[in-house]
Design a protein around this ligand. Structure first.
Ligand SMILES: [Zn+2]
Length: 741
């Protein structure tokens, strides 16, 4: 779903801008595809077309992260008064057969629904369904036997079945209903006019299906359907699946029969009825040919709208490339115009009030995310809306071959106005919270954008493919997506999702940097702070740092998980400047340059030095700053030979400490500890020496440190004494070919 009146209009200018930025060179991408490549091949071709060179290994190595602190003060609230039925259910609805007449002038609905239901738990003798008390229910029957019901509330009845049913048994519940509907939600059933002509349409999301038809309304229980609508002959009906027939009833009315064999969530069933102008397009993809049907108002049938609707076929192609084949390709995609300001992703027939590219892309994206995989609960609505919103951006990125500039420009226009909320909806008592433009649409789209950069394009789209493979035509909760993502990525991602999905806020960055050249090597030290509100968590993230020498740019990826830390990396030559996350993959609320603060010394080199005979005679330790280091700051202990007497010769000009021994080290395995009693000459800060601190990518263990003062370097190395006759105690001369450490 997407509401026009809330958030979206300002994007139009950006969209136009994106189109002008680039992409011309690759514009033939879709047309030029050779004989039936797989969707995967098409995707890789798309991705590689505009790929920037940033193969830095950051998409490979990672280590388990400490989980962020649990959220305080937030709990799973019970659903509201008009909540859907229990998440866990005794029954599985297999099929609906709806047969109703819609009186657009009298604003009346009457007819019947037959629900074919399979029992999935033992001893089921009642069946709860949702149907409004605005309707009379003149007849209910189970397998032809009249049954009674009692009303639970204004939206719910409990039917007493004709007997007790066991697991695996099925029954047909026939229910007649009629009346003038009372709508709810965002206009669950509306009878209005367009240009003087009557129109009736439905929009059930989130749980307002009961206002126009009797059904079980649980996102986890999808069903197929036959949908019959009797209306005056001057009206057309748009609904789910394929049109089976239009039967003239001879009384000035005709009956539309739509049928879908795809599993459909209750809130995704719909009708839209008026004197539509209809036209069709055709989506051809691999071996599929599918109709794309449009039902629009005659007064809006103009060349501009026709051109916009002409984007749907290429849009179907791009999204099928990215997400796998359009999920309902055996039936149709369609758009039926309605009067609610925005769009609603009714399965196989989206309702839209207008036809701008971003809106069409959003609703089409829902075919995969929302329709094919439905949020199992409304807590998880971001699984629908975040992906649909990101689908807008992906369309802008890929509509003319890949154009990352268009992606970033579009995402810039999709920044949430507030980050003071979580993507996960803890409180589902409010429709406005569930469908918060900031927290359920924009922020989740940015989270997906950020995830894509963290794991890399290939893994990101592999995650989507795996998510589809596991949950297609069903439903998912947030943790199920996370589990798929971790499975594909191969490591923990809770550090990412806990903050970005379950937590509130976003990071705000302040940074400053200095560089120094020591002994011919140049190091850049970044003082990086997360300065967001104290009520927001720290956001652990790999961060792009792009350094510049003249016009040449080099990408470094640093791991940032402290509120204030000093990050150090080596560069090939002195740099002219640097920028943090220049492409803006991370949703932040600010990124400013602050004042550089002196940081702790770090180790930038550790080398056991062997002489010409291969014997270890000293260890050199390079620091990036001038330090005070004494013999007592370091220790060297052999596993078998015990502590080694050592002295330290520190050379301030090259910031190098030599650990000297009495002689060559005996053959042994040694543990060297470079202690954090070593301090910076100027600031007195303790060595930032950890060699096992988490870092992003295959960057090795140096420079040392976790970004904070304090922490010893501990490492193990082997020494082999190769001097003839002294390697062991066997009184024989040892070979000279022993391995070097
Ligand atoms: Zn939506």
């Amino acid at each position: 779903m997407s509401r026009l009146n809330m958030n979206w209009r300002p994007m139009l200018a950006v969209v136009v801008g994106c189109g002008l930025v680039g992409g011309g060179a690759l514009s033939a991408q879709f047309e030029a595809v050779d004989a039936a490549p797989t969707a995967r091949e098409r995707l890789l071709k798309l991705l590689n077309a505009g790929k920037r060179v940033e193969e830095d290994g950051c998409a490979r190595a990672r280590a388990a992260m400490a989980k962020v602190a649990p959220l305080d003060g937030l709990s799973l609230l019970p659903p509201p008064g008009e909540e859907p039925l229990d998440f866990v259910s005794e029954t599985d609805v297999l099929h609906y057969s709806l047969d109703i007449e819609v009186d657009l002038v009298g604003k009346w609905i009457g007819g019947s629904n037959v629900m074919t239901v399979r029992v999935v738990e033992p001893a089921v003798s009642t069946f709860e369904i949702r149907v409004s008390d605005a309707f009379a229910l003149p007849a209910l029957a189970v397998n032809g036997n009249a049954v009674s019901y009692s009303r639970t509330d204004s939206a719910t009845i409990e039917v007493t079945l004709d007997r007790t049913y066991g697991v695996g048994e099925e029954f047909d519940l026939y229910i007649e209903y009629a009346g003038n509907p009372k709508n709810g939600g965002f206009g669950s059933i509306e009878f209005t006019t367009h240009n003087g002509h009557p129109i009736a349409w439905t929009l059930s999301e989130a749980w307002y299906a009961y206002t126009w038809w009797p059904a079980k309304d649980v996102n986890t229980d999808k069903a197929t359907a036959d949908l019959r609508f009797t209306v005056p002959t001057d009206f057309a009906v748009a609904s789910q699946g394929l049109l089976q027939s239009i039967t003239d009833l001879g009384n000035g009315k005709h009956q539309y029969h739509w049928k879908t064999d795809y599993q459909t969530a209750t809130y995704l069933f719909s009708f839209a009825i008026t004197n539509y102008t209809e036209f069709s397009d055709s989506f051809v993809y691999d071996n599929y040919t599918m109709p794309v049907d449009f039902f629009i108002f005659a007064e809006d049938d103009n060349s501009n709208n026709r051109a916009l609707l002409g984007k749907l076929v290429p849009m179907l192609g791009v999204m099928s490339d990215l997400y796998g084949i359009y999920p309902f390709v055996n039936e149709k995609y369609g758009i039926a115009q309605f009067e609610w300001g925005g769009g609603m992703e009714h399965q196989t027939i989206t309702s839209q009030s207008s036809f701008s590219e971003w809106l069409s892309a959003h609703e089409l994206g829902h075919s995969w995310f929302g329709d094919m995989i439905t949020c199992a609960t409304w807590h998880d609505i971001w699984l629908n809306e975040g992906f649909a919103t990101y689908s807008e951006a992906l369309w802008m990125e890929f509509r003319n071959g890949q154009n990352q500039g268009a992606l970033h420009s579009y995402m810039d226009g999709r920044r949430p106005r507030s980050v003071n909320g979580s993507c996960y909806v803890y409180d589902i008592s409010s429709m406005n919270r569930i469908f918060s433009g900031d927290f359920s649409y924009r922020k989740p789209a940015w989270v997906l954008h950020g995830l894509r950069h963290v794991v890399g394009d290939d893994v990101f789209f592999d995650i989507i493919a795996a998510y589809r493979a596991k949950y297609e035509y069903g439903s998912a909760i947030t943790d199920e997506l996370i589990a798929v993502a971790e499975d594909v990525w191969g490591d923990d991602l809770n550090w990412f999702f806990d903050t970005w999905i379950y937590g509130i806020g976003a990071p705000e960055y302040r940074y400053a940097w200095e560089q120094n050249t020591v002994n011919g090597r140049t190091f850049v030290e970044v003082y990086l702070q997360q300065t967001q509100s104290g009520s927001y968590p720290n956001f652990p993230m790999p961060m792009d740092v792009v350094t510049r020498v003249g016009s040449a740019e080099t990408l470094q990826v640093v791991w940032n998980d402290e509120d204030a830390e000093h990050l150090l990396f080596e560069v090939a030559e002195p740099i002219d400047g640097l920028t943090l996350d220049p492409d803006e993959w991370i949703l932040e609320t600010g990124k400013s340059v602050g004042t550089f603060v002196e940081g702790p010394p770090k180790i930038v080199g550790i080398r056991p030095i062997v002489n010409g005979k291969g014997n270890t005679v000293r260890v050199t330790i390079d620091f990036h700053k001038d330090v005070i280091v004494e013999a007592g700051d370091c220790s060297l202990v052999g596993d078998k030979t015990g502590p080694v007497n050592l002295t330290v010769d520190y050379r301030a000009d090259v910031r190098c400490a030599y650990l000297l021994f009495d002689g060559a080290l005996p053959t042994d395995s040694y543990v060297l500890v470079i202690g954090d009693s070593i301090v910076d000459v100027n600031s007195g800060q303790a060595l930032d020496g950890e060699l096992d601190a988490f870092r992003w990518g295959d960057t090795g263990v140096l420079p040392s440190g976790n970004g904070l003062a304090g922490g010893a370097a501990v490492l193990r190395f082997n020494a082999v004494l190769t001097k003839p006759g002294q390697g062991n105690k066997d009184r024989r001369v040892d070979a000279l070919s022993a391995g070097r450490p």
